[in-house]
Design a protein. Structure first.
Length: 132
């Protein structure tokens, strides 16, 4: 049994994933892998990930390793990912964003859900104007 719960809500143009539970390297690794699997299986190329894992922040080395591994698994899957870590420390969230972005994941971190939703709405409009 995992120490997190994942709610997968389909929205027009993207998946909104809400993760709750306890913050730990195992849970973060697990939810990232599950988000990737669920989005791939459902055909969602845009996602809003709302991380609500309570507890101590992860060590920087753990964040690097987990995000680097998740980035490799998700290469080519996403056109936009908006990430909100409700309990996260800004510096560590920005570090994770940079690690993922530098590995080809189109991700942006936000402080609020409304900001993340606006980012995805812009991505949806851009995709509609310039389809691949």
């Amino acid at each position: 049994m995992s120490g997190y719960a994942l709610e997968f809500v389909e929205k027009p143009g993207y998946a909104h994933i809400i993760v709750t539970g306890t913050n730990s390297p195992e849970n973060v690794r697990g939810y990232i892998e599950e988000v990737i699997r669920r989005c791939a299986a459902s055909g969602h190329r845009r996602a809003l990930v709302e991380k609500r894992l309570a507890g101590r922040s992860l060590a920087t080395g753990d964040v690097f390793n987990i995000v680097a591994q998740g980035s490799q698994l998700s290469l080519g899957l996403f056109t936009a990912v908006a990430f909100v870590d409700v309990y996260g420390e800004d510096e560590l969230v920005r570090f994770a964003e940079t690690v993922a972005y530098n590995r080809g994941v189109p991700i942006a971190a936000f402080r609020e859900i409304a900001q993340a939703e606006r980012c995805l709405a812009n991505a949806i409009r851009a995709d509609a104007e310039d389809p691949i």
